[in-house]
Design a protein around this ligand. Structure first.
Ligand SMILES: Cc1ncc(COP(=O)(O)O)c(C=O)c1O
Length: 374
């Protein structure tokens, strides 16, 4: 059997080794060094605004954002319901109480009207965490404006959205803090890594201090607050610098993958994740919904493609349906499982690996058509 077709796997640019070699040559095998600074500069240049601190993961970036937001035990944090658990876990580390907010159909991301409703119902939260699901922005400006008006810290979980934008602003730069992930499956990777984007030098230097065990600027080891070991290594950052050289190419490749699926599946009973007007997705994972009258379930499609050695994946299971968050409130229209529940029930992610050949893409599209009975 041929090699498995993957959802998304690391795709090296070829430029990585020169940075890694330099780290070895200079013996900077440490969580600081030229590559860490260089990677931060590259990210800041691409984002066009904000102060970037490179960290060990996107989860660490969200944890730092929680601390900088002043989230404490018993505080309420509003979080997008349709996401990966890593968006919410850092709020739980702080002892906060999550309230989950449903998505809108137009982007599968947090519904601004429901954010307002949640504020009316539960009062002003300490922070709001909105996600750009699969690299597609929601109505970030509206969410940001609601938070700003009410004095709520707005945290953008842009873990999946490096290179995407909304109304001319780059994802990662909205709100008070942005979190990026460079995990192995992301559009660019450092094998494992992330970054927090801050909007003041004070926040960025506080994040840096927290991430390096909160050491005070004195000759001995003195600590006035609890610290973390969250800095990105100079080796990983070297991979990141090489990856940045290919970011635009990866976005173009991801866009092409989506276009092929759109063309080939035009006759199939499926629709694609929408992007709101003004949004430019990075198309990290092309995701589809099976029409309500489709004869098969996503699980059956996933199983069928698996038999062909093709990896597909369910949409993230909504947070309000997770056993670990069973007690948390869910804000939606009516009393069902909302848009997030429906997207989970009917959706799936298609292979979006930038190393796929045209032939493989066509093969995947044919298998999807076969599985949905076209
Ligand atoms: C939406 C979302 N948030 C947060 C994370 C966490 O990032 P990391 O794996 O780098 O910790 C991820 C990805 O893993 C993610 O997809």
């Amino acid at each position: 059997m041929r090699d498995r077709i993957l959802l998304a796997s690391p795709h090296m640019s070829g430029g990585e080794m020169k940075y890694i070699q330099r780290a070895f040559d200079t013996n900077w095998i440490a969580p600081l060094g030229e590559n860490v600074n260089g990677f931060e500069n590259d990210l800041a240049a691409k984002l066009g605004e904000g102060e970037v601190v490179a960290l060990a993961s996107g989860t660490a970036a969200l944890h730092m954002a929680m601390i900088l937001a002043g989230v404490g035990r018993g505080d309420t944090v509003f979080c997008q319901d349709l996401t990966f658990a890593a968006s919410v876990n850092p709020a739980m580390y702080m002892g906060a109480r999550p309230v989950f907010i449903d998505s809108e159909r137009d982007s599968w991301n947090m519904d601004p009207a429901l954010l307002k409703e949640a504020i009316d119902k539960f009062g002003i939260p300490k922070a709001v965490i909105a996600v750009e699901l699969y690299g597609t922005p929601g109505r970030m400006d509206e969410l940001e404006a609601i938070c700003r008006e009410k004095g709520i810290v707005f945290i953008e979980d842009a873990a999946e959205a490096m290179g995407a934008s909304y109304k001319g602003r780059n994802c990662g730069t909205f709100g008070d803090f942005g979190a990026l992930s460079f995990n192995g499956n992301k559009i660019i990777t450092t094998s494992g890594g992330g970054a927090i984007v801050c909007h003041s030098k004070e926040d960025a230097s506080h994040a840096l201090k927290l991430a390096t065990q909160s050491r005070e600027a004195v000759p001995w080891y003195e600590h006035r607050e609890i610290g973390y070991n969250y800095r990105l290594s100079n080796i990983s950052a070297g991979i990141g610098r090489g990856q940045m050289e290919a970011l635009e190419e990866r976005i173009a490749q991801k866009r092409h993958i989506r276009e092929v699926y759109q063309r080939e599946l035009a006759c199939a009973p499926v629709s694609f994740q929408p992007c709101p007007q003004g949004g430019q997705a990075n198309h990290w994972l092309t995701s589809i919904l099976l029409e309500a009258d489709c004869a098969v379930t996503p699980g059956q499609v996933i199983e069928k493609l698996n038999q062909e050695n093709i990896e597909t994946r369910h949409i993230w299971k909504p947070m309000h349906l997770q056993p670990v968050f069973a007690d948390a409130p869910f804000v939606t229209y009516g009393d069902g499982d909302g848009v997030s529940g429906e997207v989970f029930d009917r959706g799936l992610c298609l292979p979006s690996d930038t190393k796929l050949t045209e032939e493989q893409l066509m093969e995947v599209a044919d298998c999807v058509k076969g599985a949905v009975g076209v």
